[in-house]
Design a binder for this molecule. Structure first.
Ligand code: IMP
Length: 197
């Protein structure tokens, strides 16, 4: 594999993937470099299914190896919700603020020790003519009583990673990149990559 496409327009994700793959001599392009208007519906019921759907659809469209991820937040007291619906938890407009307010409302009356949760990220690598490879990374933690911090995105202001007293949004991006679900999934992909010729 000499060249690979990261199926995202998110600059932060592109940077993280590029850093990892380029150290293996693989040049990384993203949807920011392509004028692809392909609209992929995330119809899967798991993070893994959605990551594979995205990677395989883009791979077929562009005939290139493609890496795609799907991520979200699982809250134990809500039986794993919002899960694959994390982005659109409070509606299709994908509003981070509304999503956090909805989550806090759903957790009203739920005590500190019962507010455990995890960020989950599945990463899929699809290559023409080969089986898709998928890995999952997680970041365990708990949901705060109120949002705090300005870094990151999504549910970061409400998520306190295990072993920390600060929310993810009070961590620098460098700190987050060493503990995040995405980082753990990418590390597993890296291990796999070492076994590929
Ligand atoms: P996507 O996989 O990038 O589409 O992310 C789905 C949704 O999960 C996001 O819109 C966020 O609401 C949530 N999410 C995923 N990763 C993170 C994270 O690192 N911090 C905060 N929220 C996240």
């Amino acid at each position: 594999m000499k060249e690979l496409l990261v199926a995202t327009k998110n600059q932060g994700k592109v940077k993280e993937f590029r850093e990892m793959f380029s150290s293996y001599g693989i040049s990384v392009k993203s949807l920011l470099d392509f004028d692809s208007s392909i609209d992929i519906e995330e119809t899967g019921e798991t993070f893994e299914e959605n990551a594979a759907i995205k990677a395989e659809a883009m791979m077929k469209e562009l005939s290139l190896p493609v890496v795609a991820d799907d991520s979200g937040l699982e809250v134990d007291a809500l039986n794993g919700q919002p899960g694959v619906y994390s982005a659109r938890y409070a509606g299709i407009e994908k509003d981070d603020e509304k999503n956090m307010q909805k989550l806090l409302k759903e957790l009203e009356g739920t005590d500190g020790p019962e507010r455990t949760a995890r960020f989950v990220c599945a990463v899929a690598v699809a290559r023409p003519g080969k089986e898709t490879f998928i890995e999952r990374g997680t970041c365990e933690g708990k949901i705060a009583e109120a949002p705090k911090g300005t870094q990151g995105f999504g549910y970061d202001p409400l998520f306190i990673p295990e072993g920390s007293t600060r929310t993810m949004a009070e961590h620098t991006s460098e700190e987050k990149n060493t503990i995040s679900h995405r980082h753990h999934a990418i590390k597993k992909i890296e291990q796999w990559l070492k076994t590929q010729s």
